[in-house]
Design a protein around this ligand. Structure first.
Ligand code: 13P
Length: 233
């Protein structure tokens, strides 16, 4: 089974460079690939590609209204975007999104039948206190989340591994994914310093259903190498 490969561009790439990236990538893809791209909001474009899905990194749980700087459902509908990232650690920690708000967002977009990539992951202080502590923390990130939602994909992204160049070890990934799989039947992606050097090892872990890639997705050649590794895993 081909594994899922998702790219989170975060605050990188412009409207122009995103457009050319998507068009070039689309030409390389096969019907069996499972690819998601999350461009920065201003670069969001029509989700009308055959072999890849364009999703939004964020949106406000509202059709439209007075929420300065936020993107509403109405704009996403116009672009036919039906996939959203919720709970990314950068939104939880930098933008101050609480578990309660993540759950509200989840509820809103689930009612709209969105595919939801829901992110969880502990910081280094929790990891240093041991596995049981990690499990306890991750459980709190599922509070009020309907874990049986059929269009749910979970991403396990330990904060200390994001952008650090140091991914979690195979054992840590295996252990945490197994725990998450006890909570939900959804596929579980791993994210945190995934790159062309470690992708094969990560995808070989049975409990890994795919990857959510940040920095290594920004260059199309390196991202395509990751996609190639994911085929027939
Ligand atoms: P990096 O791949 O840059 O570590 O980012 C991971 C991530 O946060 C994807 O959502």
């Amino acid at each position: 089974m081909t594994k899922i490969v998702a790219a989170n561009f975060k605050t990188n790439h412009t409207k122009k460079t995103t457009k050319s990236y998507l068009e070039s990538l689309e030409k390389k893809l096969l019907a069996s690939d499972k690819i998601y791209i999350f461009p920065t909001p201003i670069a969001l474009c029509e989700n009308n590609f055959k072999h890849l899905k364009v999703g939004t990194q964020n949106a406000y749980p509202i059709l439209n209204g007075a929420f300065t700087g936020e993107v509403g459902l109405e704009s996403l509908k116009e672009l036919d975007i039906k996939t959203i990232l919720i709970g990314h650690s950068e939104r939880r920690n930098i933008l101050g999104e609480s578990q309660k708000f993540c759950a509200e967002k989840f509820d809103f977009f689930a009612k709209e039948d969105f595919e939801i990539i829901y992110c969880v992951g502990e910081d280094i202080s929790i990891r240093e206190k041991g596995v049981e502590n990690v499990k306890k923390f991750i459980k709190t990130q599922f509070e009020n989340i309907p874990v049986q939602y059929p269009k749910l994909i979970i991403a396990y992204e330990p904060i200390w591994a994001i952008g650090s160049g140091m991914s979690a070890s195979a054992e840590q990934i295996q252990q945490t994914h197994s725990f998450i799989k006890e909570i939900s039947p959804a596929p579980v992606l791993y994210g945190g310093s995934v790159n062309i050097k470690n992708i094969a090892e990560i995808l070989n872990i049975q409990e890994v259903d795919g990857v959510l890639v940040g920095s290594a997705s920004l260059n199309i050649d390196s991202f395509y190498k990751i996609i190639q590794e994911a085929r027939n895993k």
